[in-house]
Design a protein. Structure first.
Length: 228
C-alpha cells in the first residue's frame, strides 16, 4: 500500500528531473552567452568611444546585472519549458534554443543602438518611428561590414553552443533544482532593487553596465503594467 501511494510522486519526480536537467544545461549555456555578449559590448564601445578607467569594476557590475537578469528569467521560462515538455521534450528543447538565439539577436541590436545613442533603449521605442531609428543608426555611419560579420559570428557561435555544448554539460539533479530555487527567490524578493545601480563617475559607464535586454523588457512591462 505504501508503495502504491508513493508511486505517483515518484512518477512526477522521475519525469520532472530530466526536464529540469535539460533546462539547466541550456540555461547555463545561455548564461555563458550573456557574459560573452557583455564582454563584446564593453570592447566594442571601448573601441568606438573609449575604454572606461575602472574596467574591472565595469566588468564586475556588468556580470552582476547579467546574473540577476538570468536568474529573474529562469523560473518563468522553466514553467513554459515544463509545459512544452509534457508534449515533447525535444520540442521544448528546440523552442527554448530558438528563444535564446532570438534574445541574442535582440541584445546585439540593443548594443548597437546604445553604441550609437549612448542611451539604453526602453519604452521610448514606441515614440520613435522606423525613420527615426534609421536616422539614429545612420548618424554614426550605419552598420559597418565588420559589425555585420561580428554579429553573424556571435549568432553562429550561440547556435553551435546550444546544440553541441549544452548536451555535454554534466548537471546534477540538486544543481538543476537549486538554480530554480535561487531564481524563485531572486524574482520574488526583488534582488535587483536590493543591489541598486552602479555609481561610477560618468553616465556612460553607468549605462554601459546595464543589461540592455533586461532594461528594455522592464521598461516595456512598466509601460503596459505601471507599478503603483
Amino acid at each position: 500500500m505504501m508503495e502504491d501511494k508513493r508511486s505517483p510522486r515518484r512518477s512526477i519526480s522521475s519525469r520532472l528531473t530530466p526536464v529540469a536537467i535539460s533546462f539547466a544545461r541550456l540555461s547555463i549555456v545561455w548564461l555563458m552567452i550573456i557574459f560573452l555578449l557583455s564582454i563584446f559590448e564593453l570592447i566594442y564601445n571601448g573601441l568606438v568611444h573609449q575604454f572606461p578607467e575602472n574596467f574591472a569594476g565595469i566588468l564586475f557590475w556588468s556580470f552582476l546585472n547579467d546574473l540577476v537578469f538570468w536568474f529573474k528569467c529562469l523560473i518563468y521560462l522553466f514553467i513554459i519549458y515544463t509545459v512544452l515538455s509534457f508534449f515533447s521534450q525535444k520540442f521544448a528543447h528546440i523552442v527554448y534554443s530558438v528563444f535564446i538565439v532570438l534574445l541574442v539577436i535582440v541584445q546585439l541590436c540593443l548594443t548597437s543602438y546604445f553604441t550609437t545613442s549612448l542611451v539604453p533603449l526602453g519604452a521610448d521605442l514606441y515614440s520613435y518611428s522606423a525613420k527615426d531609428i534609421k536616422q539614429t543608426i545612420g548618424a554614426s555611419g550605419g552598420v559597418s561590414f565588420i559589425e555585420i560579420i561580428a554579429f553573424i559570428l556571435i549568432i553562429t557561435g550561440a547556435i553551435f553552443a546550444l546544440w553541441f555544448l549544452a548536451p555535454r554539460i554534466k548537471i546534477k539533479r540538486y544543481v538543476a533544482f537549486g538554480l530554480l530555487l535561487i531564481s524563485f527567490f531572486v524574482a520574488a524578493m526583488g534582488v535587483q532593487a536590493m543591489i541598486g545601480q552602479a555609481a561610477f563617475k560618468s553616465d556612460f559607464s553607468n549605462n554601459l553596465v546595464i543589461n540592455k535586454s533586461d532594461h528594455f523588457l522592464e521598461c516595456i512591462l512598466q509601460a503596459f503594467f505601471p507599478r503603483a
